[in-house]
Design a protein around this ligand. Sequence first.
Ligand code: ADP
Length: 374
Amino acid sequence: MPDQPSPNQAPAPTKLEGVARVIAVSSCKGGVGKSTVAANLAVALAKSGMRVGLADVDIYGPSAPIMFGVDERPGPGEDEKIPAVKAHGISLMSMGFFLDDNAPVIWRGPMAMSATRQFLRGVEWGELDILIVDLPPGTGDIVLTLCQEIPIDGALVVTTPQDVALADVTRGIAMFGKVNTPVLGVIDNMSAYVCPDCGTRDEIFGARRPDQLAAELRLPLLGEVPIDIAVRESGDAGAPIVVSSPDHPVAKAFMHISKHVMDAIEKLDDAKRAPEPVEIAQEKEREVVRIKWSDGLLTEYALSGLRGWCPCAGCQGHGGERRFVPSGNPRLQRVEAVGNYAIRFCWADAHDTGMYSFDYLRELAEMDECKPSS
Ligand code: ADP
């Protein structure tokens, strides 16, 4: 394997103490109900018996203090860490506890990033099965930094079904791909208004059905949540609807979503044990090979990089250290599976002795030479 990591590789994220899994809830647009979903999902998972934390790092619009009815500022605990607040069965921490209600948040990028970083590591979370992180909307620096520094197991995308939201979601999914964070699925919030009297379904944010939405985004659908005044009211009153009205259809929808999220996490765990390619495609115009992996990762390789890092003995010699062997403008003819551990790339100049193990291919995706130029 290549010995030196390339200079633009981010350091490996380190785990949060006591936290088994971290799931990020993201939205690519503000106001689509990301925090409402994060809050209800957290309490729904706790109701299923899990030890759950919620970190509200939406620095520009923290809403957990209102949604959980907590207004005291938590004090310092042991080791200068701040103990998470207990609310509705979960361990909660919000940037909102430390911000002045009346002052606008005008932190510039680096300051906001370092505050977010310190915030997550400076909390005494206790032992958690799962920490839900309510991210700021969009794909800005805070989101990127978090994904690179905290080992996020998977991201959930919350959106409304309208075109303008979808364009942003697509950008968000691409960003998670870049930082190697698998997207577990999409939650279609405010999918429709169902009249409680006559049952008519009014598609306020567009006629796209939830399964259609998921198919367009090529993501699993984790569930839909209709627009309902009770959702807004319970959030404003300091108790997510899953807590305040557990029999309400929307509360039940959140319980279903939490089950689907757990299923998605289990699948991810399985895939993590041994990620393998599920789809290999060549984009001829871009001279790129694209591999979709069983853990949801999508990697791309410039043909010249792939060929240059050919692992065969002829290319590598016997010196011990891996070396890059440039070969002009290689053309790929076909790809063959070698058992269930490697892939053979057969090049147009008849060179076909390189067997690229799955692990090696994952490493190569990080090498500068393999990064596509466009
Ligand atoms: P975001 O975190 O994406 O900015 P919020 O979760 O703060 O969005 O939601 C924005 C507003 O929409 C809040 O007032 C919330 O109560 C309301 N809301 C969210 N989801 C629903 C829903 N399914 N039905 C009714 N109101 C909702």
